[in-house]
Design a protein. Structure first.
Length: 322
């Protein structure tokens, strides 16, 4: 009766979130006196998971699963859970898993709690803390079903190494044509060095940058910080940046350790989508910009003056402390 996680991967390699889920599941498994099993799809090297507490990996190799398909992947997770007799299934809060989780829950007749931000407060009854109202509040949710599905908020737990021995097992779930009624025609990938999904730091720009020709200021700062670049909705709508970089409630939600917003006024939809970030820094020439009300640190001034100086100072600090 192990705890099951779905270990997300891309291009045959695990995403950072897979290790965060493993770290979380291991802590819960220790409390319940059980172990952690992961199911992976078309992943090359699964041994990395053992560093974070995974004792067993069910390896699925199927060319039809080359692109994410919520129905098919949900069937994979469902059958893996049934095979292992898992009573707790842990998923992430990535875009893929947000589609996946409800289907898995229905398939297993399980209670589902999204946006979980900590270890269970109690296991009998089973209670977890989660964010609510667009990350403006928390609530404690009790799950009374036999099987439970948890979706863990990104960067809400962290990575904790806890090496264990690992068993690898090939797993061939039964998939049928109905699983592939939705077909992927194309996949648009961000060309940035660091993806928004895996980034601990995001540098985001808005219309205050005045045009795509000035985006080098954002990219230079992101390069020094090892950060992903992002943008507000108006910027992607104007075609300055690809839609894959649009963050906010109507774009990609982010929960980074550090979010730097440059020239973004702070529409409620944008703030709702980034509000789970731990530290928010706002740079804006307008001292009345709404974003300052939720910022941990604010800088009032011209981004064209501030960003080059900030980038230079950070690069010098990084060089001295390398």
């Amino acid at each position: 009766m192990s705890i099951l996680i779905y270990a997300e991967s891309a291009d045959g390699k695990f995403k950072k979130v897979a290790f965060e889920l493993a770290s979380y599941a291991k802590k819960v498994a220790d409390t319940l006196g059980t172990t952690v099993t992961a199911v992976s799809v078309n992943t090359e090297n699964v041994s990395e998971l053992s560093n974070y507490g995974v004792s067993k990996v069910l390896k699925v190799a199927n060319d039809k699963l080359a692109n994410f398909n919520a129905k098919a992947y949900a069937d994979v997770v469902k059958q893996a859970a049934q095979k292992e007799g898992a009573k707790v299934i842990v998923l992430s809060a990535t875009t893929d898993s947000l589609y996946l989780a409800p289907i898995v829950s229905v398939g297993l007749d399980a209670g589902f709690v999204p946006n979980v931000v900590g270890l269970p407060l109690s296991t009998s009854p089973f209670q977890v803390k989660r964010t609510a109202f667009s990350n403006k509040a928390f609530n404690v949710t009790e799950i009374s079903t036999d099987v439970k599905v948890l979706s863990i908020g990104k960067n809400s737990f962290g990575l904790f190494e806890n090496a264990v021995s690992l068993t690898e097992e090939n797993f061939t779930p039964t998939l049928n044509d109905a699983d592939f009624n939705v077909k992927v025609e194309s996949v648009e990938k961000s060309s940035g060095k660091v993806t928004i999904a895996d980034a601990d730091v995001v540098v985001s720009g808005g219309r205050g940058l005045k045009g795509p020709e000035n985006w080098g200021l954002i990219e230079n700062l992101a390069s020094v910080l090892g950060a992903a670049t992002a943008c507000s909705k108006p910027v992607s709508d104007l075609g300055w940046r690809p839609h894959s970089e649009h963050v906010g409630q109507t774009g990609k939600p982010v929960a980074t350790n550090l979010y730097i917003a440059v020239g973004i006024s702070g529409a409620i939809q944008h703030i709702a989508g980034i509000n789970s970030s731990k530290v928010k820094v706002v740079i804006n020439a307008d001292p009345e910009a709404p974003f300052f009300k939720v910022a941990d640190y604010g800088i009032v001034g011209d981004a064209f003056d501030i960003l080059p100086r900030l980038t230079e100072k950070l690069a010098a600090f990084k060089a001295q402390n390398a």
